[in-house]
Design a protein around this ligand. Sequence first.
Ligand code: FES
Length: 141
Amino acid sequence: MNRRQFIRRLEVLTGGAAALSAGGCLPFQFANVTVAGRRLLVQTGDIGDRGVLVDPPGGQLPIFVHRLADGGYSAVSTRCMHRGCPVEPTADRLVCPCHGSEYTYAGDVLRGPTERPLRRFEVVAGADVVAIELPAEGEVW
Ligand code: FES
């Protein structure tokens, strides 16, 4: 069982809808990706209004992809810039469960203790596909 399968099974067992109705984190939604060299390709139709998580290769934490108000897209690492815990999407922000840092969907800091924004990835958006440019191999993000 890989990480994605584990998270989906956990979501089913714990009742993602219950967490949402209680004001907690949204159920994790992962989009399928195609890996093309150092790019991750995501179908725009899979991103939706709330954004999605995508699993990059190499065991890195997921990337959160979101459609911006101007029609563009953002892609940020879910590794908190305070001490590295995975942030979680909520209805309107990304929240770190470890010490409470909060970020916008585009990675800007809303609340500390972090002082740095989430790692952002370059995004090239086409009509049907969003391409996320990954950092050099071996870089931890
Ligand atoms: S690791 Fe995220 S707030 Fe400390």
